[in-house]
Design a protein around this ligand. Structure first.
Ligand code: CA
Length: 360
């Protein structure tokens, strides 16, 4: 049979009977990859933990069960802040968390989670997927035998819960506030005392007066923790976390051991979850904000412009110092900053202008 006829024959047979398609996979030796996913979140934690669950079930579903992913909440297999090491050494094949937790491994990691006065969710995705950010992130994590992927975003967070009004930068002096990461460093330079506490301890710490104020995420998560019961004022915007990217980290050897189609499924499932979590936060924050304001009579307050301007100036200092810590930080900062400047020029005449017009 000539090759042309042979190809024709297959096509015709496939189309008519369909059996060529349905029986083919059964002839292959089926390998099931059993993967563990460790996370920095409490098991099933709304938005973040459920996002990790969604990622795991999506990988299993898209691979038709060829990869089974079992999710472990913080402390179930390893403590929250050991997720990076656990995946790096292969104790688990993948993890879900946020890059700013790993500044002890590499300061530059912080650029891939949230930067005060940095990129919004939409801009982070633009930078990562089409602006050179992902290549830089990959190069940074490859040193740790890890492949990173964006796997969720909270959108713009809230500025936090306070029991006094913030009318000038002086109102931040001596304020003991739970605010992690670069935002915490900015608060310190504004005269406050940043405290790091896991989400589960915020309510009691604010209630007992151990802290004066706290930020967490946004209406969806903050309502669930009941923070409105222990603080009067809910401030915006979350200048310190303008679009926090959550990450999936994958053990590089484990990923490369998979056939190409499964590698693509793992990485594209991350992409789906990255977008879907942002959609979920957008929807849930809307309804939670409505509940907070109408049912619990939470008093919303916007940080005054001069407070925001001072915080922005301090943030620029902090981020520039971070950029000068090492060669990778510098390289990543340059890409990040030039993307931010261009995105700002474009978004001023698109998103910002449109939002303003809608509010006229
Ligand atoms: Ca936060």
């Amino acid at each position: 049979m000539k090759r042309r006829d042979f190809v024709k024959g297959i096509t015709a047979g496939t189309l008519v009977a369909g059996t060529a398609i349905t029986t083919a996979p059964a002839l292959q030796a089926r390998t099931t990859h059993k993967w563990k996913m460790v996370t920095t979140w409490p098991k099933n934690f709304p938005g973040l933990g459920t996002g990790a669950n969604h990622l795991a079930s999506l990988i299993t579903e898209m691979s038709n069960g060829r990869i089974e992913v079992k999710v472990y909440g913080a402390k179930e297999l390893v403590p929250a802040f050991e997720v990076f090491d656990a995946v790096s050494r292969g104790t688990a094949e993948m993890g879900h968390g946020a890059a700013y937790y790993w500044k002890g491994k590499s300061e530059a990691a912080q650029f891939f989670a949230a930067v005060p006065f940095g990129l919004t969710a939409q801009e982070m995705n633009g930078w990562l997927y089409h602006g050179g950010g992902m290549e830089l992130w990959q190069a940074l994590y490859h040193q740790f035998n890890l492949v990173p992927a964006a796997a969720g975003n909270t959108g713009v967070q809230m500025g936090g819960w306070f029991n006094k009004e913030i009318n000038s930068i002086k109102d931040l002096h001596g304020l003991k506030m739970r605010i992690p990461g670069l935002g915490g460093e900015v608060l310190k330079r504004a005269g406050g005392t940043p405290v790091s506490l896991p989400g589960g301890e915020l309510y009691t710490s604010l209630q007992s007066g151990a802290i004066d104020a706290t930020e967490f995420v946004g209406p969806y998560n903050d309502l669930a923790f009941g923070l409105y019961k222990v603080a009067k004022f809910y401030y915006y915007p979350g200048w310190h976390e303008p679009g926090t990217t959550l990450e999936a980290i994958i053990n590089k050897k484990a990923l490369e051991a998979l056939p190409k189609d499964l590698q693509s499924i793992v990485l594209n499932a991350c992409k789906v979850v990255n977008q879907d979590m942002l959609a979920e936060y957008t929807a849930r924050n809307n309804s939670a904000l409505h509940t907070l304001v109408t049912k619990h009579h939470v008093q919303l307050r916007e940080f005054p412009d001069d407070v925001l301007l001072k915080l922005r100036k301090l943030s620029d200092e902090v981020v520039l110092e971070l950029a000068n810590k090492d060669a990778s930080s510098k390289k990543i900062y340059q890409s990040f900053a030039s993307f931010r400047d261009q995105a700002k020029a474009w978004h001023n005449i698109s998103e910002v202008s449109y939002m303003r017009a809608r509010n006229l």
